[in-house]
Design a protein. Sequence first.
Lengths: 525, 101, 108
Amino acid sequence: MKEGFRQAMAWLHTWTGLIFGWLLFAIFLTGTLSYFKEEITHWSQPEVRSHALDPVHSLEVAQRYLQDNAGHSGTWFIRMPNEREAALSVGYRDAKGGPRGFVSKNLDTQTGQPVEARDSRGGEFFYRFHFQLQMPYPFGRWLSTFCAFIMLLGLVTGIITHKKIFKEFFTFRPGKGQRSWLDGHNAIGVLVLPFHLMISYSSLVLFMYMVMPAGIMASYGNDTDKYFNDLFGRNDAPKVANVATPLVPLPSLYAQVQALQPGARIGNIQVQNPGDSNARVTFTQSAADHVAYRRSANWTFDGASGALLSQGKPESGAMMTAFSFAGLHMGNFAGPWLRWLYFFFGVSGTAVIGTGLVMWLGKRQLKHAKSERLPGELRLVEVLNIASMSGLLLAVAGFFWANRLIPMGVEGRADWEINTFFIAWGLSLVHAVLRSGRRAWGEQLALGALAFALLPLLNGLATGQGLNHSVRVGDWAMAGFDLTALGTGLFLAWLAGKMLRRPKPVAKRPSRAAKKPSTETAEAS
Amino acid sequence: MTRKTAGLPLSYRLAVASRSLAALLGGYLLASLASVCIALVAPLPQVDATLTGLLLSFVFYLLAFIWCFACRSAWRAWLGVLAPSLLLGLISAIAYWMKNP
Amino acid sequence: MLGIALMAFAGFVALCLAMEKHFSDLLGRKPRPGQLRLLRAAGWLLLLVSLMLGVNLRGWAHGLVEWTAVVMAGVTLWVFGLPYQPRLLLGLAAASLVLGPLLAVFAV
């Protein structure tokens, strides 16, 4: 029965891994990029300059701008610049302005005026794609969350299937064909398992209110809003008194926050009813200050008198559990070295999926090595493998090339960067259909290598902020992006070389392949 | 070409489809009812009980999936998700009526 | 945190060497039974101490997260580097055994 159980789990692992692997690869790759979304945005909008951080000055600048331009609005938002985000963002509700009745501007802290930066979603595109998949709300979120569940299932079934998980903990044997692929797949799965389990389960936690509403409905009935108010400790929005009263200077409130929580970095500020006697100002601590999300890390002041009205309620044990998972997933608390580790672990998760997809096909390809062409279903898998992996990488590179090449004033510029991403992806699919497997891989990887390796040069020529400039002025976000692009290009070039140089592999020992030794991934076929 | 891949019997394919549905739909039912049950029964403040129910629901979904493909037949798959669902549903119903008389 | 990372790295290497197959492959000789047990104990001890130092330095939240991260990074470097540069990695492990505690105790 034990044999049967492991075999069944291996079957489940293999088939769910295949069906959802292509999508999961995209989710993991774009999610991994998202750990540097601010840096990507910085590269995508080089017009937004970093200045020395001065929270008090930033608040003055923001308040002055909002008072001059958004005096009529009932709600203001301010997002403070930090080590990773150069821009001071302000926003306000305006029924006549902007999409969805909301105006948003990036201010330069030196001039106090909006920065005219090229219209681009930057890193936010990859961030939103990885959980919305460019699908209309809420379908993308449902699909990506279900994929996260399948990832968790894949990890658990993988653990069950891996008979020698402890014995082969340190085992990696390169240069042995399918054996090496399996070793590699197992190794990056097992050695980075805490991260993989955390990232998969926490994805479920982030959207659990949406995908598992039954518990909320059973407990709160029709009043599901109350669940969220109970959870986040929200207060009711203050009513407008229609008595004009100037808003206290925000720096004075900032000073109060510093007295209450010395050293706290501020993430954002919300002002309700500015210029009214019933104004409220809420300061929220930066997510970078805690591992878990903290609903208690905010302070609400009377906007007219400056008195502290309330602080966020403390978290219960259950809340800390859920908020910890959310915080761990987002990784906002990670400093530079830990952020690079997050990125590296994200790449490893992507590689677990990628090696799995390659192995799924590779194993079955061996059986057809002697025949002219692959049977239809295997050819489909091959095409999807190529398009979803090397094709996706080409799409990412395409996005960045579009960012530098599309002229500033073009209408809908940001959308065209995204269109380029999908057009490149689509073309890679067509290419994969038209070319033989190995050649398609090699050609796409080679093109990808060029596209990434040349990005720093393109950047330098197009903006004058290439490596020679960014390293000199210490703009490490810009330099880091260019260097990572270069590194990616070199890695892809190495991969392309392996695909294009070696001759088509022939099944050396067909008898052994057909004998099907009892490996731990024996599957029903 | 041998009948290797095309030769899977229809009964096998139907069994796999049935197990898949049991896992996907039955498992979701089980997970939902587990979260409902925990939300209504756990001796915690309302928001915390609901939260705990949500957090643990996915464990039930995971176990349901594993059961549906590990058990001996597709019938047992359905039984293994529907029977506990029924039990959890009953407990939830009793707890609900006790809270809202 | 670097000292803690190095100690954890040395700990995992010790656990690896505590397996007879890896001991023979890497050190080129057969281990005495006592040696394997000693390596296993030393390995777990190094991991435990590095964890305690990590939590002491950075608190429970940041400490646990960072410790787990450096452990995963270290063991990945070991496993994927081993087929290519076994001697270099063994040297790194030996150096970690000395540098790790030094950095952990004296540096911030």
